[in-house]
Design a protein around this ligand. Structure first.
Ligand code: PMV
Length: 328
């Protein structure tokens, strides 16, 4: 069997996924949308071999956390089932960004693993089938398969729940700034754990309806070349996610003081005519969406805040692709 290597980008949600309708298949309660980030990549090499009794899985550098190796092995089982093989695999994976960057590597990780493993078994899956496969490892990974700006259709079954690219005005030159705060001493509640609580929020049902409406608003803003409208949806979605988190039992508060300080700074920057919008995932760090022409002014302003450690500038990343440079 051939050795295969794939490279995938992390993605940041514009319309958020928070809650599963089907836990086992990872079917989300609502559709979501995201931008792939060109500077944050995971590269993964997979080879299925006769000489292995167990899967051999390694993450270069920081290593895997408890439970992650089992998740990788379980995902390889999904590929083995489709390919109808029982061979164990050697897997080596490498992230271009440290965990401290505040971005989960599960999206790029499971997207790269899905593509590399499928090709290594000789399967010839379509982008849609690969997105469906990646979704079962980590929901947001479904969006890293097509890359670009994508929508993950919630669907009603495994076959109908996948992501695909959508068009956006090319002259927007979209950028995402990952604003890393120094103080991250927040209680860590992972996305799986936090999401499982979502149905305990009294606003759960209405939040699902709002997410679907926001997908439509996002598409309309892009069709009408309305960048300010696009930004409004992104910020509404940030608040929708965190309103849900803050109203579950128990409550989850992901923000720190600096999170709100960055919001306020951006509102101020906007008064000077610069269009820069915020979003926050399941953590304290703010991600800013703006256009390439405004990156340096936004960075300069945000760097004035003493609690900001680093700002990573990303343009839009491609979909998951095969590469020639194997990791072993
Ligand atoms: O796919 P997961 O389990 O990493 O969950 C992602 C959850 C959020 O990042 C908060 C939202 C999203 O749509 O990416």
């Amino acid at each position: 069997m051939k050795k295969s290597t794939a490279q995938a980008h992390a993605n940041i949600a514009l319309v958020k996924y928070w809650g599963k309708g089907d836990e086992k298949l990872r079917l989300p309660v609502n559709s979501s949308a995201a931008i792939a980030l060109d500077n944050l990549t995971t590269t993964t090499t997979v080879e299925f071999r006769e000489d292995l009794k167990e899967d051999q899985v390694e993450l270069v550098g920081e290593g895997f956390e408890a439970g992650e190796v089992e998740k990788v092995s379980k995902h390889l089982d999904r590929v083995r089932e489709i390919a109808k093989i029982s061979l164990k695999a050697k897997v080596i994976s490498q992230n271009s960004f440290p965990k401290a960057a505040g971005m989960a590597s599960s999206a790029s990780g499971f997207a790269a693993l899905s593509v590399a493993a499928a090709v290594a078994t000789g399967l010839n899956l379509s982008e849609k089938e690969l997105s469906i496969l990646a979704r079962q490892g980590s929901g947001s990974a479904s969006r890293s398969v097509p890359g670009g700006v994508s929508v993950w259709h919630a669907g009603t079954s495994s076959e109908t729940s996948y992501a695909q690219r959508i068009d956006y005005p090319k002259d927007w030159d979209l950028h995402v700034l990952l604003v890393m705060a120094t103080d991250t001493s927040v209680k860590k509640v992972g996305s799986t754990e936090g999401m499982a609580l979502a149905p305990t929020s009294p606003y759960f049902k209405i939040a699902i309806e709002e997410a679907e409406a926001n997908i439509e608003r996002l598409k309309v803003s892009m069709r009408q070349n309305d960048f300010a409208g696009f930004g409004r949806v992104i910020e509404d979605e940030c608040f929708r996610l965190h309103m849900l988190c803050m109203t579950t039992t128990p409550n989850i508060l992901y923000w720190r003081g600096i999170t709100v300080e960055v919001f306020q700074k951006l509102l101020k920057i906007r008064e000077s005519g610069i269009e820069a919008f915020f979003t926050v995932d399941a953590g304290p760090h703010v991600h800013v969406i703006c256009q390439g022409k405004d990156v340096s002014s936004v960075k300069t302003e945000l760097e004035k805040l003493s609690e900001i450690k680093t700002i990573i500038d990303c343009a839009i990343g491609e979909g998951t692709k095969l590469v020639e440079d194997h990791l072993f």
